[in-house]
Ligand binder design. Structure first.
Ligand code: HEC
Length: 281
């Protein structure tokens, strides 16, 4: 109350109008939009505990959950975590390691994605890994590289149990978040479908042989070991695949569309536990 009075007094003294005081800060605007988005799902799925959205489709009912637990009995990604750890610490072509580039592995994944106020762009962990490795002379380390996926799995495992905590530091960051949100609702491709058509308005329903997961909990468990591919996929791989499946021309790998989409979806996941790598069908 006291602070409020002080601000009110200051605004009178400095001639600030009420509108200036109310010009909502970017973080508040994003939070209101995120609340509306999350509330849609809380209402649609009143039986899902908010913290259980990390399980994707397996949060929807007990049968699915039992299936999930069976899949996790023998985690298929353990070797990848080991390989990723080794790769992260070993000297690359120029004698320096990814650790020299990006630092301590503990908690690194939990700081991504974030809005880089210097470049005015969203930063994604795998994109930074690629940039580091290539700068260190590893030309084959790209979005398809097995080493990238292994390192991604290792770094996820080093942030397990931490919480998603994406911030919106300024107006430009809010613009990136809002662009991500627009892409979520934008219809694309020959099928003329938006992410929202499948993962919001039809979430919980079946599309061919698959149940459609809700829009909350899309990011915190990546990378994912897909049983179908018998291998790891990064979040960018998955977003790329979902855009392609609408028969749209996918956006450029790690281009702004995906970065902003990831930023929006990760913000939605704020407070959820980081559980990657995870297993999915
Ligand atoms: C034609 C329907 C359809 C559209 C449109 C679609 N997806 Fe998907 N998506 C699926 C299906 C089916 C799966 C696999 C089942 C599941 O987890 O929902 C999936 C899975 C995912 C996953 C992995 C979920 C997990 O738990 O690992 C993410 C992330 C995702 N989609 C994001 C998106 C985004 C972002 C868009 C928009 C660019 C999009 N999808 C558009 C059908 C769609």
């Amino acid at each position: 109350m006291k602070t409020f009075l002080k601000i009110a007094a200051a605004s009178l003294v400095f001639g600030l109008g009420a509108s200036a005081l109310h010009a909502a800060d970017p973080a508040t605007v994003a939070e209101a939009q995120a609340k509306e988005f999350r509330d849609f799902f809380y209402k649609r799925f009143p039986d899902i505990k908010p913290s259980d959205y990390i399980y994707g489709v397996y949060a929807l009912n007990e049968d699915a959950r039992a299936q999930f637990e069976a899949m996790n009995e023998f985690p298929p990604y353990e070797d990848a975590i080991k390989a990723g750890k080794e790769f992260y610490h070993k000297p690359l072509a120029n004698g320096r390691s990814l650790k020299d580039c990006l630092g301590e592995p503990k908690g690194l994944r939990a700081r991504y994605p974030f809005f880089d106020t210097e470049t005015g762009k969203v930063r994604n962990l795998e994109a930074d890994l690629i940039q580091c490795a290539q700068a260190y002379g590893e030309t084959k380390f790209d979005e398809k590289s097995k080493d990238l996926k292994a390192v991604s799995a290792y770094l996820a495992s080093e942030s397990r149990g931490m919480k998603v905590n994406v911030t919106i530091p300024n107006e430009k960051a809010l613009a990136a978040f809002e662009e991500g949100r627009r892409i979520w609702y934008r219809k694309t491709g020959q099928l003329n479908l938006a992410c929202a058509d499948c993962h919001q308005y039809h979430s919980g329903q079946r599309a061919r042989s698959e149940t459609l997961s809700p829009g909350i909990g899309k990011t915190a468990h990546f990378p994912v070991w897909r049983l179908k591919d018998d291998g790891l996929v990064t979040l960018n791989d998955r977003l790329f695949g979902c855009v392609r499946d609408t028969r749209a021309k996918p956006y450029k790998r790690y281009g702004n569309e995906y970065l902003n989409l990831e930023y929006f979806l990760a913000y939605i996941d704020n407070g959820l536990e980081i559980t990657g790598p995870a297993v999915r069908k």
